[in-house]
Write a protein that binds this ligand. Structure first.
Ligand code: AVJ
Length: 333
């Protein structure tokens, strides 16, 4: 396997930091987001080291069904994946999985190579080493890249048919234009005729969804509040985190769970030297998690240049995995 040598302790080689070590993109996103009428911070900033650990902990909470449901599909439908996809694919995973999902897929379809893509060199190397150990003889070619953009794939897999793998319903974190951009870039990265296996969580009873994003043990609350702690720690913030409350609410018009941090009283604070205020009840919007129906999932894929081929759900119809094929540029009519 080709694993690049580790070049820094943090492994965050793609992060642009100023002289004080502040992540410029994080500061810009937070300052822009907090100056809006509806304050907001993009969900991608949840995943510092503690945030990533808290997310792993979320996936084993009894209320958080998506990980179990998706894993069940991968496990139960292995032979159907093999039939639909065929052997000899180069599997390109968008966001390298350190999870149990990737081995289930790889075992099912007998791929010719595995290419994990991730922006974090550390995650990437850990996932690549893990997969190489589990699948001796499978060529693993990790690529350190921002998968939201078009990525140059390793020359070694140039001739192989390609299967993109994007589990976890991460696409649900994006608003429609961003999701469509990503899907189109995936098509460019993988090439016309390539396939994509993508996880998309399904619309269901609001109470079940709200519980999944507000577990009784408080892990999702800690995950959400960690973002405010991160702002304080990395951007010289003075947000009074204990005056904020985790809120998860179903937005039925947009078919999404929204997570917010709600001020429990009027507060004033600073971030990176900027004075800010929140009145009681005002929120910082921190995440959207869109949920899909069979048709809305197909519509999104079609908008992004992918033709749905086959769809699997878990036995309780909570989560879907969809196989799609990159649509030729001028398909009829
Ligand atoms: C990582 C996008 C799949 O939206 O369900 C879990 C993130 N946020 N609980 C999701 C998340 C709160 C998660 N994804």
């Amino acid at each position: 396997m080709t694993v690049k040598p580790q070049t820094s302790m943090t492994g965050l080689e793609l992060v642009d930091r100023d002289d004080d070590g502040v992540d410029r993109a994080f500061r810009a996103d937070v300052l822009a987001g907090l100056s809006q009428d509806q304050k907001a911070i993009p969900a991608r900033w949840f995943y510092d080291e503690l945030g990533s650990e808290l997310f792993e902990d979320i996936t084993v909470q009894p209320e958080y069904y998506p990980t179990r449901a998706e894993t069940e599909i991968l496990d139960r439908c292995a032979s159907e994946f093999a039939d639909a996809i065929g052997a000899g694919q180069a599997v390109v995973e968008f966001g390298s999985g350190s999870s149990v999902k990737t081995p289930l897929l790889l075992r099912a379809i007998q791929p010719a190579a595995y290419v994990p893509l991730d922006i974090s060199g550390d995650f990437l190397r850990a996932a690549a080493a893990d997969l190489s150990a589990k699948f001796p003889g499978l060529p693993v070619h990790p690529v350190e890249a921002d998968f939201m953009r078009r990525v140059e794939l390793p020359a070694e897999i140039g001739a192989l048919p390609k299967l993109g793998f994007f589990p976890g319903s991460t696409i649900g974190n994006m608003v429609a234009p961003t999701a469509v951009d990503l899907l189109r870039n995936m098509g460019q990265t993988l090439g016309t005729g390539s396939m994509l296996l993508i996880g998309m969580d399904l619309v269901k009873d609001a109470a079940i969804l709200e519980a999944a994003y507000d577990d009784a043990a408080g892990v999702t609350a800690a995950f959400n509040l960690n973002l405010a702690h991160r702002v304080n720690g990395e951007l010289g913030g003075t947000i009074p985190v204990d005056q904020l409350r985790h809120v998860a609410r179903w937005n039925d018009d947009f078919a999404r769970i929204e997570m917010h941090l709600e001020a429990q009283c009027d507060i004033t604070f600073e971030v990176a030297g900027q004075p800010l205020t929140m009145v009681e009840g005002e929120t910082i919007h921190t995440e959207n998690s869109h949920k899909f129906t069979a048709r809305s999932a197909n519509m999104l894929l079609l908008c992004g240049g992918w033709t749905p081929l086959k769809r699997w759900t878990d036995t309780e119809d909570r989560f879907s995995l969809i196989l799609a094929q990159s649509t030729p540029p001028r398909s009829a009519p």
